[in-house]
Ligand binder design. Structure first.
Ligand code: SF4
Length: 364
């Protein structure tokens, strides 16, 4: 039973956070901050439940964008093996495995600036088929137009991930090929289409504390707070421009989780990339600070993640259960599937192409 069911002083969701307030949260003594975050967390969530997602890269590498942290950018020599758009049967196979290991949400990511129109029928079919398995669906495909967001929503996409990455002030140091406003526009298109928004950022990229506060203010002060907020710790990949940065102070990372929890009390705060660099105790402190979502599986899009078995062992040690997905009716799944097949799908043979050869790497 949630603490909120007993507590009349439930926090309200605010969209007017100021820099001074957020910096004051960061400046609190660590134990006080964690206690405050835990109180907020218990008002809205079962503190011993963590939502588990699995992430699959459906198109890897050769991305035209220049995000300085990313091994998938075509601009950096990271030795990453490029992969063309995955065949739908392979995606379904991986979704089945994810479901068997306890994931409730299946996230599919493509290293694109944005999806091309010719990709849309394939993507909508993929969404419908994964959803028909009883999994929540999530995609991350780059920038989306309003029409693309509507098409994905109609196919059954529950969540769309598009991170703000960092503060507007620091953004230009990290990415130059799309603007902050482009990102905000995509989030608006996703919201307007009625999908849940998954949006967060990366810390440890050389930003200041003021930048971290500014990123969280951007997220919390959106017209609707993102339902899912991934907080990533930079994974330094050889060959990317950020590969020589100093490690960030782990307590600063935990503080960022706690401040995000306080500012976005009803959002799932996702402990995302960088978990492999954290020991069990640090992950436990992140859960204490209000993180309540993780990715299962040994690989994120391209960087490694703790083995699923290690996560199961950690959950057992901490008495954490994975959150159950909401129920869908079989009829709803069947309908979504049939509609997708009927309306949107050219023969599959037309859909599988080498993304690199067909110009998928070009900027739109
Ligand atoms: S757009 Fe995505 S895949 Fe492309 S370089 Fe940036 S983070 Fe990497």
């Amino acid at each position: 039973m949630l603490a909120s069911q007993h507590n009349s002083t439930e926090t309200v969701v605010r969209h007017d956070w100021t820099r001074a307030e957020v910096e004051a949260l960061y400046a609190m003594p660590f134990n006080d901050l964690l206690f405050k975050a835990q109180v907020v967390h218990r008002q809205h969530f079962d503190p011993n439940q963590v939502q588990v997602s699995t992430l699959l890269s459906i198109k890897t590498g050769a991305c035209p964008e220049d995000c300085k942290y990313c091994p998938q950018s075509a601009r950096y020599d990271t030795g990453l093996e490029k992969e063309r758009l995955l065949e739908i049967e392979k995606v379904i196979e991986r979704a089945k495995e994810a479901k068997q290991t306890g994931s409730t949400r299946f996230c599919m990511g493509a290293a694109w600036r944005n999806p091309k129109e010719r990709d849309m029928p394939y993507l909508t079919q993929m969404v419908a088929e994964v959803k028909a398995m009883g999994l929540e669906t999530c995609m991350t495909l780059g920038m989306l137009t309003r029409d693309q967001a509507v098409a994905l929503k109609q196919a059954g996409l529950d969540y769309y991930n598009h991170n703000l990455d960092t503060s507007p002030e620091f953004y230009g140091d990290i990415i130059t090929t799309r603007t902050y406003q482009d990102r905000l526009d995509t989030l608006q298109n996703v919201r307007d289409a009625g999908m849940n928004v998954c949006s967060g950022g990366i810390v440890g990229m050389g930003e200041t504390l003021a930048d971290r506060a500014s990123l969280l203010i951007q997220l919390a002060n959106l017209p609707e707070q993102p339902q899912s907020v991934p907080i990533n710790m930079l994974v330094k990949v050889d060959g990317t421009p950020l590969d020589k940065l100093d490690d960030m102070e782990p307590f600063d990372f935990i503080r960022t989780i706690a401040v995000a929890r306080i500012m976005m009390p009803k959002s799932h705060v996702r402990l995302s990339a960088g978990r492999e660099q954290m020991n069990e105790q640090m992950q436990a402190l992140c859960f204490m600070a209000g993180a309540n979502s993780i990715f299962y599986g040994c690989k994120l899009l391209t960087t490694s993640n703790p083995d699923t078995h290690e996560d199961v062992v950690l959950f057992k040690k901490l008495g954490i259960n994975s959150e159950r997905t909401r129920e869908y009716s079989d009829e709803a799944h069947q309908l979504a599937l049939e509609e997708a097949i009927e309306q949107q799908n050219p023969p599959r043979s037309e859909l599988f192409y080498d993304a690199t050869e067909k110009g998928q790497t070009e900027s739109a």
